[in-house]
Design a protein around this ligand. Structure first.
Ligand code: GSH
Length: 228
């Protein structure tokens, strides 16, 4: 009988949604294999990877031949299929719906707004050699500020985590996006005590898997700082 392979995840840890998956697997000790896809080397465009994901994006999961793309779907699949505490993606319909509510909102709010700041301050200057476009950056920062306001006033209003009293997949997706601008030395939560407290709670809940997932991003930040 053919033996079952460990779940495989194709990741680049400079990618926010990839880090969310990495943290979920590591802090819950789900046996898995990481296949690194180096985006900076264009490995997402190789014929082999394109066969796996014609969208040429990470993350991708291969669970014994079941191929899945989209971080949201992958996180929910892993939490449902593997031996992971129920609070990550609750079974109770209302609590689960709260997680789905955030994750639906996330992809048109937290993700694009935080990512844009990183793209403008780090990626574009590194790829093109051009200076940061300050007026576009300020526009992006102001959009991100609106999103941070909503995180505080809606999702964290009366609860310690985005969707209730315990950590869920929603917190992982959100924190990994909000950490991204740190690659350019910018802590977007610095002036926001409520969100800083939430970040500390998330860090404590996931333990060392947080820094393990973010080591590549810290490296980008530190190398940039050394060059200034
Ligand atoms: N909606 C997708 C987004 C995936 C995505 O945008 N991945 C980026 C890295 S964060 C990527 O692979 N970019 C490579 C490219 O566009 O060439 C998800 O949440 O999984």
């Amino acid at each position: 009988m053919a033996s079952r392979r460990l779940v495989e995840v194709y990741l680049d840890l400079l990618s926010q949604p990839c880090r969310a998956i990495h943290i979920l697997l590591n802090c819950n000790k789900v046996p898995h294999t990481v296949r690194t896809v180096a985006l900076r080397r264009g490995e997402q465009r190789t014929p082999e990877f394109t066969k796996l994901n014609p969208m040429q994006k990470v993350p991708v999961m291969d669970d014994n031949g079941f191929i899945l793309t989209e971080s949201d779907a992958i996180l929910k699949y892993l939490a449902t299929k593997y031996d992971i505490p129920e609070h990550w993606y609750p079974l109770q319909p209302e609590r689960r719906a709260r997680v789905d509510e955030y994750t639906a909102w996330h992809h048109t709010n937290t993700r694009p707004h935080a990512a844009k700041v990183f793209i403008m301050e780090v990626l574009l200057p590194a790829q093109t050699g051009s200076k940061v476009d300050e007026s576009s950056l300020n526009r992006a920062l102001s959009q991100l500020d609106d999103t941070l306001d909503k995180l505080e006033s809606m999702f964290l209003r009366r609860q310690p985590f985005l969707c209730g009293d315990d950590i869920t997949l929603a917190d992982l997706l959100a924190i990994c996006e909000l950490m991204q601008p740190l690659g350019g030395g910018r802590d977007v939560l610095k002036q926001r005590p409520q969100l800083l407290r939430w970040r500390s709670r998330v860090q404590s809940a996931v333990g060392e898997s947080f820094d393990k997932a973010h080591a590549t991003l810290y490296g980008v930040r530190d190398r940039r700082k050394a060059k200034l």
